[in-house]
Each structure stands twice: as C-alpha cells, then as structure tokens.
Design a protein around this ligand. Sequence first.
Ligand code: G3P
Ligand code: MG
Length: 378
Amino acid sequence: MGSTKDRTVAFAFDIDGVLMKGKKPVPGARETMQLLQKLKIPFIFLTNGGGHTEEAHVAQLGQRLSLTFDEKQFVQSHTPFRDLVPVYKEKTVLVLGGHGQQIRNLAHAYGFEKVVTSSDVFVEFEHIHPFSELTKAHHEEHGRVGGSVISKDDGTMVKGTGEKKLSLKTTPISAILVWTSPRDWCLDLQIVNDLLLSSGGLFGTRSAKNGDETLPNCGFLQDGQPPVFFCNPDFEWSTSYDHPRFAQGAFREALRGIWRRTTRDRAELQYSMVGKPTEDTYRYAERVLVEYCGEGVEDGKKIDTVYMIGDNPESDIVGANSFQSPRGIEWKSVLVHTGVYVPGTVPVHEPHYSVADVKEAVESTLKNEGVSTDSFCL
Ligand code: G3P
Ligand code: MG
C-alpha cells in the first residue's frame, strides 16, 4: 500500500480536464493510473459527470484508458441520488438530462420505479412547448403517455395488457431530479417552471397561493410543489473544445433567472444540490474511499491524507479545501493546468499546489510523501 512508515495517502481524481479531454485521455493519464495500481495506492474517481450507471461509466473510462477499474471506486454527480430511492421509489419523479431513454433507464437502474421524462410530458401535452420544431421528432420518438407509470386502478387501459397507464393530467410529480445537462432547455425550463407554480405538482394547475404576501416566500412553493434536486453545480466544464462549455450549473442559473422574473423577485427558488464542491458529495466520496480501502487494499490501513486532483478551482479545489472530514482525514487539493483553470491567472480558490498535469500531480505528491516509485517508471 502507498504508505511511508507513518503515513498512508490516497487520491481522488476528477475526470474531465484531468484524465480526459472529451473522449481522449490527457497525455500521461494512463501511465499515472497504472502506477498507482501497481503501487496499490488507493484512489477513487470523483467526477461531476454522469449520465450512466457507475458500472457503465467506470467501464467506459477503463476502456478509454485501457485499464480496469472497480465500480466501487467511482463517485459521479448523481451517485448520491441513490440515497433518495427509499423516499421516492414508488412516487412519480420527473427526470431531466441526457437524451432518448438514457436517464429513464438510469433512474430505473437506481431503483426509482415511476419515472417521467420531459419527452413524456411533451407527448401528453401537445401545446406545452410552442417552439418545438427542432426537437419534436426526438420527443415523439422517446416520449410515452404517462411515462412508465403503470397502475391497475387509474388512467387509460394499455391495449392487450390489462394494465392501465397513468395520465400526467391526474398524476402529480413528487420530485424533479436533474441528472445531467438538459438538452432541450426551453422545454425543460418551461416544464420545471410550470411544476413550481402548480398545485401539488399536477400539470395544468396553478397554485392559488402564488403571490400571497401573507404567506412565507410570498406564497410560492407553499402548495406541495415537487422539490428540485440538482447534482452538478459546475457552471462550465472542460471538453475537447478550446474553451470550457456550459454544464448543469448553467441550466440552474437559467432557471434561477426565469424564476426571478416569474415571481418578480418576491420568492426564493428552493432546491437541493449535491456534486462537487458540496460537503455532502465529499462526505459521500470519503465513505466510498474508506469502504473501498477496507475491501480492496492489502491492510485496510487508515488513510491520513487524500489528495484531490482537479482542474476546476470552483469545484475540485474549494471542495477539498473546505471539507471537514468526520474521520479526521486531511484533504489536500492539487490543481492541474489541463482543464477549466486558465494557467497564468489567479485561481478563484488557491490549491495546496499547482502543477502542469495529472502525471506531475501524482509524481510530486508521492515524492513529497516519501513514497518510493523507483521500481516503477512512469
Ligand atoms: O460539469 C460537467 C462534468 O462532466 C465535469 O466533470 O470530471 O470535471 O468533474 P469533472
Ligand atoms: Mg474537471
């Protein structure tokens, strides 16, 4: 295990802008991960990316780096949504992000049983989005009336099955979960805004409480509207394009702007959020790392320090800097210059140190920690 006489170190790796640029590995990434595997130094991946199950995503990363990783090493933006399954398992949830059936299938794989997509909403309410020319065909191909919500006692009979599909005209949405960047922003913003103004999460309704100044939050969000869960605070992320691109956080900002105008600045938009840099996600990640060490590393020794290797000061760096480990583990941040951060500028949050790339990050950290890599050349 990667330990000196008295200390044990571990790593948490951001993916986009550290190990990958789009679908291509950052130079040296493969060799660096291979070295850690050979040295049996524990590490996890801690990414704000998502859109697949942990199993599928870790396999995709492994294939791109020509290495094998364990699903148990993988924390992605929506991994903490697993904690919501006991609450919403049998309730109807609206899921946003991705395309086709991708997020519906993902939510089902997590254990959510009644999953509705914005394509489902589109096919059931043909006039909900008046500017659908560019996306209509996609929604019509992938939308289902009532989503995948099946009931024996309510709704329309499904031909030949004896089952009845629920109608979204009578089935309230209990929660809105944003899994990855929405694709059809205009439709998704319209639908979320509608639900936030609804009575009890039912499409086509408007709460009579909206705007009532005698109520908290001026009456907004006081009538059983579904809570909104985001999982990636990143405003932008590093891709194969020369400059960072919008991420889920940009969609959230758009919703906030629309909400401000809708409520004429009279009400807070309330939502929950996980993903880096939130404390919840770092706590979750540390638990995953400790459990992974317990199972996957020789002696299950206690970790002293986790080095978070990241490219985004507003996500990876501030998250690691501010995290207070309940186990007393020290978290340190290392900023690389292969992603969102623009070399030569002052980072919004200072890392413990800054290096060119992931290879240098690991090499210099191991050197500082006195871990010998002599017999393993990078
Ligand atoms: O914000 C988009 C997401 O893909 C960034 O991923 O690996 O840089 O946290 P990562
Ligand atoms: Mg990144």
